[in-house]
Each structure stands twice: as C-alpha cells, then as structure tokens.
Design a protein around this ligand. Structure first.
Ligand code: GAP
Length: 508
C-alpha cells in the first residue's frame, strides 16, 4: 500500500502536470467546472487516441476473429429494459439531511464503539486506504471525549449497506460528525435520461448508454448475417458511456462521461468457457504490458462466486496500483448467454446460430473484456511519472520531471531540434527532416531556448527521442544527427534511415 501522504502528493503532481502540459483540463473550467466531466488538451488527446488506436489495431485489425462496430449512444429504451439496466443499474445512495452531502452506502463505513462489552455509540469514515485506522482513531476519540472508563474493543468495520434500521440514526454523518442526519440507503439509477423528439413526456424518455456492450448484443444478428464470422468470434466497439455516478472521484478514474473499449467474444454453448476466459485475461494483461504498464503494478481479483450476478460464470478484474490504492482497471466477465437471450425474449427476434455438426440452433455464450480508456490513461500517467536528479551541461544538479511513456502511446514520438534557430543551414536540414517524419508520425519542431531546456520540455511531455541537427550534421560527412534518448539521456549519432528504422521497430 502506498503511504497516504506520498500517494496524495503523487496524485496532486499528476493532476498538476496534466493541467500544466495540456493533457487534461476540468470541463467548463471558466464556469467553475462540472464534477465528473473532463476535457483532454492537445497532448492528452494524442495520448488517448494512441491508447485507443493501439487497442483497435491489436484487438480488431490484427485479429482474424474480431470485427469492429460503432453503435449509437442513444438506443431504443427497450434495450435497457431487456438488459436489466432500467430495473437494476443502481448504486445505494445515502443522503445527509443536514449537510446535503450524498454518499454511496458501499463507500461509507461505520463501526460500533464497544467499551467493556457495551456499545457506547458509533463512528463513521469514508472509503480510503486508511478506513480501518480512521475508524479506530475515531473510536478512541469518542471514548476520550465522553470520558468513558473501561477497555475499548478493536473496531469491526462494516459497510453502511449493512446498518440495521435501529443503527442508521445512530451513525454520525461524515460531513457533520453528528448522528441523526443519514437516510437509509436507497437505489439510485445511474443512467442519464433524456427525451427524444419534440415532446417531453414519459413516452419520449431515452437514456445515454451506460455501457457500449449492449450495442454488440443488439447488432449481433446484423453482424452474423452480413459478414462471414464463424464461432468463436468477437465484436468490438470503442465509444463514450455515461453514468450519473454518485461520487465521481480520483480525477478521471471514476467520471460521469467516459470512454469504454469493449469486446464481446461469442463462443459455442458447449465450448470450454473457463479456458476462453483465462485466454482473454492473459491477452488483456499482455496488452497492458505492451503499452508500457509494469507487471509490478498489475494484479488480478476474482469476484467471489456468491457476489456474481446469477447468470455470470466468473469475473476477473485486472487491478492497477493507482496512487490512491489498488483499483479495477479492466473487467473480464464470462456472461453465459444472458444478454442475447434477454434481447431475443424482449424483441421476439431469435438470437441464435446454427450448429452444422448437431443440426441444432443454439444461443452463443460470451466472454466480455471491458475497459475504460480514461482508466488506462490514468494508469499510464501513474506508471510513467518520475522526478529525478540529473546533471545539466555544466555539471550542476537539477531536477527533471519525466514521463516514461511507451513509444507506442507517447503523444509525440520525436522532437526535431535545430541547435541554433538563426543558422539557416541547420534550420533547413531540421525542417526537411521534420517534414519527412510528420507524414507518418506525430513529431514536434522546437527551436526555442537552450537545448537542455528543450530536452526537459520533451521529457515532461513523454517524448521518447529528440534529434538535434548540429554542426556535425552539416559539416561532417554522413548526414548524421544527435539522437538523445529520454530515459537514459544518452546521446549517439544516427542517420535518417536509422531513425526511421528505430521508429518502425518501436511505434507499432
Ligand atoms: N459491459 C460491462 C461493463 O460496462 P463495468 O465494470 O461497469 O462493466 C467496464 O465497466 C470498465 O469501464 C471498468 O473496468 C472501467 O475501466 C470502466 N469504467 C466503468 N465505470 C467508469 C467510470 N465511472 N469512469 C471511468 N471508467 C469507468
């Protein structure tokens, strides 16, 4: 577990770098922002696009068994009835009647203060790395303030969803510290509603999709009938999803508008689903490593059988060590044939395939790897960020901030730097190289300031390589440049052909 001071410092540093260098801004910032919504700036949009493009290339274009689609954000409202979202896509909401704060009951914890075997009162704390420690400290303070004599028992941490009717009025609100203001948890549906057409009545209600997955189920037959897919095969989609989260938090980790990259992998009803499930978990882990996430930050969490939805055979989450703790990055669920069956029943249109061997029709089962692009974005920033002591040209120690992003996803692949901006021979050669590179790669031309300063600027943006066009380039034979490598800061001479070869090898 990260030390909480270090982790909040790291989070602050990431948020500040993201703003300073134009990765991420708060949405509608000049109006005070809107909680749970974010904008991606010039560097951020490149990084996000690269994450998305790598996923699409590896998941769809480079596989023969996966096809892509793009479905509408607003779908027929019956889709969400059949999928179970209208009835059940909710979080347990608790209100504090005094402070008007709202909490998710599964993120609010409480404990009885038990002194000499008797309950003297209750304490509460919000979910964090230190929930148990905070509750213990609060219990000790409670005992001291009330001048209670006797032995304090270690606190037993409980989720507010488990509070009994008698306990609810006794649990203090985290906002006021006083009991009596928290309501009982009630189901809060997280789908954003809108109206389609000119009339705003019950018949025109529609929803912004809370996941992209239903698009793949609803278009399943279209894809089967219009392409040559054969089981097992997948349908993938990247797109925006919307959830009216009660407590959006941790920057872009949990927001109200976010992007998902989901794939539904359809298998025969008799196929070895556990094997397919494990293969997809491994695929996802390897893919995350291929874009630079270190193995040390990744782990798995298998959902306990008793907590799974009735139709689910197993769900494993790939977890990432974020600055605020180990949290879900990518969920890989074995969902049986629940979704297709629901849509077949609700629409009256069979969602089946024909088995040539048995001459019988059946509803395929599905394995679903579902991940948020923004969560990957935050994970790569977390893993890439470093501040280190380095020596400048004169040997003085200074600090540099560097983003060690994989060249696959780095927003800028190469910065082209003429040593001097007022020497035409240098700038002409630099511009010629820049023009050639930019046909295939995201590159930057930077001629402003001392070369050391320019390197630092690129370090902070995560640019893997800088090439400097210097006097050796124009005066010595071979037309070579200085290639400066971001992570090791080593420099070597390289030709144009070698530079293109380096890029082809690392940017794929
Ligand atoms: N179709 C299945 C599905 O949507 P999910 O676990 O609710 O499953 C999948 O979401 C992934 O989407 C999560 O693992 C996470 O990466 C991302 N995600 C979910 N809610 C999010 C939110 N509020 N903000 C950012 N990403 C979110």
């Amino acid at each position: 577990m990260p030390d909480s001071a270090d982790s909040s410092n790291l989070m602050e540093a990431l948020v500040s770098l993201a703003k300073r260098r134009g990765f991420i801004y708060q949405s509608s910032e000049i109006y005070g922002g809107l909680n749970g919504f974010f904008d991606y700036g010039p560097l951020g949009v490149e990084l996000k696009r690269n994450i998305r493009d790598c996923w699409w290339r590896d998941m769809v274009q480079r596989r023969e068994d996966v096809v892509g689609i793009e479905t509408s954000i607003i779908m027929h409202p019956k889709v969400w009835e059949a999928s179970g979202h209208v009835a059940g896509f909710s979080d347990p909401l608790v209100d504090c009647k005094v402070s008007k704060q709202r909490y998710r009951a599964d993120q609010l914890f409480f404990a009885a203060v038990v002194v000499d075997g008797k309950t003297a009162g209750y304490v509460s704390a919000l979910e964090s790395e230190r929930t148990a420690a905070e509750l213990q400290e609060a219990a000790e303070t409670f005992k001291r303030k009330k001048a209670l004599q006797g032995a304090l028992e270690p606190v037993k941490v409980r989720e507010f969803t488990e509070a009994t009717e008698a306990e609810i009025p006794l649990v203090p609100s985290p906002a006021t510290g006083e009991p009596g203001s928290l309501t009982a948890p009630r189901a809060f549906n997280m789908m954003f509603q809108t109206n389609v057409g000119a009339m705003s009545d019950a018949s025109s209600v529609a929803y912004l999709r809370p996941e992209t997955a239903q698009g793949m189920f609803v278009d399943f037959k279209n894809v089967v009938d219009t392409t040559r897919v054969k089981l097992p095969f997948g349908i993938a989609q990247i797109g925006k999803s919307f959830r009216n989260e009660i407590t959006p938090r941790n920057f872009i980790f949990r927001s109200r508008e976010f992007e998902q990259m989901e794939m539904e992998y359809f298998i025969h009803e008799d196929a070895d689903w556990a094997k397919a499930h494990e293969e997809w978990i491994m695929w996802c882990e390897n893919w995350l490593k291929s874009i630079g996430l270190p193995e040390s930050h990744l782990s798995r969490y298998a959902h306990p059988k008793e907590k799974l939805a009735f139709y689910s055979r197993g769900t494993v989450d790939i977890m990432f060590k974020y600055p605020f703790g180990v949290q879900e990055l990518w969920g890989i669920a074995a969902r049986g044939n629940y979704d297709l069956t629901q849509h077949a029943n609700a629409s009256g249109k069979p969602q089946e395939m024909f088995d040539e061997a048995t001459k019988k029709k059946f509803v395929p089962h599905v394995i679903e790897p579902a991940v948020g692009t923004d969560r990957i974005f935050l994970a790569v920033l977390t893993a890439a960020y470093a501040v280190e002591d380095v020596k400048d040209e004169k040997g003085n120690v200074e600090q540099r901030t560097v983003l060690r992003l994989s060249p696959r996803i780095a927003p800028v692949k190469v910065a082209v730097l003429p040593l001097l901006k007022n020497k035409e021979q240098l700038t002409n050669r630099a511009r010629a190289l820049f023009e050639k590179l930019k046909r295939n790669y995201a590159v930057q031309y930077d001629d402003g300031g001392a070369i050391g300063k320019r390197y630092r600027r690129q370090d902070e943006a995560g640019t893997p390589w800088c090439v400097t066009i210097d006097f050796d380039t124009i005066e010595k034979p071979g037309d070579t440049f200085t290639l400066r490598e971001r992570d090791s800061m080593t420099q070597k001479r390289i030709t144009e052909a070698e530079l293109f070869q380096l890029l082809a090898e690392h940017v794929y």
